[in-house]
Write a protein that binds this ligand. Structure first.
Ligand code: ADP
Length: 544
């Protein structure tokens, strides 16, 4: 028997309409340059989105068309999110740090009809325009008097484009299963793979994220997404913040510790979201200035493992850390490290043990662990296996890529994350490694994360990565690649002492190598692939 309730589709435009009506006076602040900040209310922004919707339709954009963005975190980018999806088209966010080759691949694979570009990113597109479809219209995100030299055919000015439109536009009730946005994964191996989000998945993801971080999502508080809008919807903040009436502070392109510190301090940010690399430089800045930015209460750390040291430093400074795990394919939030009573009242050392895990699954994400034999592993805190997930905001397939889909989805329809994990009886998830990152020595797994976490507690190490290096006897042995604080190499014995204090002897790296910097992927993570390529024969030469 069916229920007797109305069926209204879940649409992203509903979020915008709600924010306009209920939280209309709340603001979105965007850092443009050092000390120049732009501010707009949700009410004003909603009107501009309607103008943009009219402009898009006038340009002939229609249902299912892809319109791409190549832009930093700012309010125009947010307008594009809502206007493009609101008319039934698909907002394809492009990572400006991709190689030219990858960018050409994804723009052509997505068959983008329009590309919206921040002024300073125009040269990236000019350099590849010959390899893109002639029919693409380019729109530069600036005022008329800011139009740069562009060398692009069909280039328009964003402000001129929307200025001529009326702000009358009625968002239609779109089928909730149609696509609203598209993001390609970082592609450390092979071609990037497209993840096509639907209106339904996006709205449900926003609901479950708000439920999972209740301390963060409050009306009126200021949230800083350091995580980019081009990286998996900035972890959903474009939708969660307007829904609860939180204000957004966009950092623009300056993500160094000093710029972030100033922005947070001046605007009173209470919650900041980003990857560990970002927090390393912010913590250095905090150490220099002797205090945290005024108002900062919460950081959400995800995208890569946060070291225990980092979590403890924030907590000692009075900043509540939620360590979370997720993936582009999951919209992306899969787990939340936000603690609730009674755990949030535990003594610091016990609380830290929980906070060092990746937290607990959010509503709407089911998890299972599978071992090497394909058997389910118990959630008992000991058993380790590959993590599979299932839920309404998780991909059922990659965008026009059946081969990648076949490799990722199991026979029961679960998505294989490629992460190796354990889950305890209370539901705390610990990511122990990535399947492709594992160091397997003599048939036994060694967790690169364990080694890195211990090494990061050394006061003279700013960043590090543990990788497997070729060993004729054990197949692989771990080595540790280290960036020393201020370039001054610490005594190697002191590093071995720290690592050896908590690991079995065979798990301790065979060598420590100092480098001036670590290679990064386009999404700001350490590229283990590049490190393995470079250091695979570091311990032993290639067998003949
Ligand atoms: P995001 O960076 O938004 O999490 P990606 O799709 O780029 O999304 O990367 C997802 C991968 O990043 C995960 O499969 C996992 O390997 C790693 N990852 C994400 N969050 C964490 C975390 N908190 N701890 C360890 N690894 C993480």
């Amino acid at each position: 028997m069916l229920g007797n309730m109305m069926k209204r589709h879940l649409n992203t435009s509903e979020i915008l309409k709600f924010a306009e009506e209920i939280h209309g006076a709340r603001t979105v602040v965007s850092a443009l340059n050092k000390n120049i900040r732009h501010s707009i209310t949700y009410r004003e922004m909603a009107a501009r989105c309607r103008k943009l919707a009219n402009a898009l339709e006038r340009l002939g954009v229609t249902f299912g068309d892809r319109a791409a963005t190549l832009a930093w975190n700012g309010s125009r980018h947010l307008e594009l999110y809502y206007a493009i999806s609101g008319i039934g088209a698909v907002c394809h966010t492009i990572n400006p740090r991709l190689s030219a080759e990858q960018m050409v691949y994804i723009i052509n694979h997505a068959q983008d009809r329009l590309v919206f570009i921040d002024t300073d990113l125009v040269p990236i597109i000019s350099a590849i325009v010959d390899q893109l479809d002639d029919e693409i219209t380019y729109v530069i995100l600036c005022e008329v008097n800011e139009m740069p030299e562009h060398g692009l055919p069909n280039a328009l000015c964003y402000e001129a484009l929307i200025q001529q439109e009326t702000s009358e536009y009625i968002w239609c009730d779109l089928d909730e299963d149609i696509a609203c946005s598209l993001c390609y994964t970082s592609g450390t191996t092979g071609d990037p793979k497209g993840v096509l989000y639907s209106h339904r998945s996006t709205v449900l993801h926003a609901f479950s994220t708000i439920l999972a971080f209740p301390n963060v999502f409050q009306a009126g508080v200021k949230i800083l997404p350091v995580v980019p809008l081009f990286h998996v919807n900035a972890w959903g903040i474009p939708y969660t913040a307007p829904l609860v009436g939180a204000e957004i502070v966009f950092p623009g392109r300056n993500l160094d510790g000093a710029s972030l510190y100033d922005l947070m301090n001046d605007t009173g940010v209470s919650s900041a979201w980003g990857v560990p690399t970002i927090w390393i430089s912010l913590l250095d800045e905090i150490a220099k200035r002797g205090s945290i930015p005024e108002g900062l209460r919460h950081v959400v750390i995800g995208g890569a493992a946060a070291s225990g040291q980092m979590i403890e430093t924030f907590e000692t400074l009075g900043v509540d850390v939620a360590h979370s795990w997720g993936m582009t394919e999951m919209s992306p939030i899969g787990s939340s490290g936000q603690l609730f009573l009674p755990e949030s009242d535990l003594p610091m050392n016990e609380m830290l043990e929980l906070k060092k895990t990746q937290g607990r699954r959010v509503f709407g994400v089911e998890m299972k662990l599978i071992d090497d034999n394909g058997d389910k592993v118990a959630h008992d805190g000991d058993g380790v296996g590959e993590l599979y997930v299932r839920g309404n905001a998780i991909i059922s397939e990659y965008f026009e890529n059946p081969e990648a889909t076949a490799n990722a989805i199991d026979l029961e329809g679960w998505f294989g994350t490629g992460d190796v994990a354990k889950i305890d009886e209370a539901g705390y998830l610990t990511i122990t490694d990535r399947a492709k990152d594992l160091i397997k020595s003599g048939g036994e797994w060694i967790s690169s994360l364990d080694i890195e976490n211990l090494a990061m507690s050394h006061p003279d190490i700013t960043n590090c990565a543990a990788i497997g290096a070729y060993d004729p006897k054990w197949d692989e042995r771990p080595i540790l690649i280290v960036v020393a604080r201020d370039g001054i190499k610490p005594d190697i014995k002191s590093i071995f002492d720290i690592i050896g204090s908590n690991l079995a002897k065979w798990q301790v790296p065979d060598d420590v190598v100092f480098v001036s910097s670590l290679p990064m992927t386009a999404t700001g993570k350490i590229s283990k692939l590049k490190l393995r390529e470079r250091f695979w024969y570091h311990l032993h030469s290639k067998p003949v």
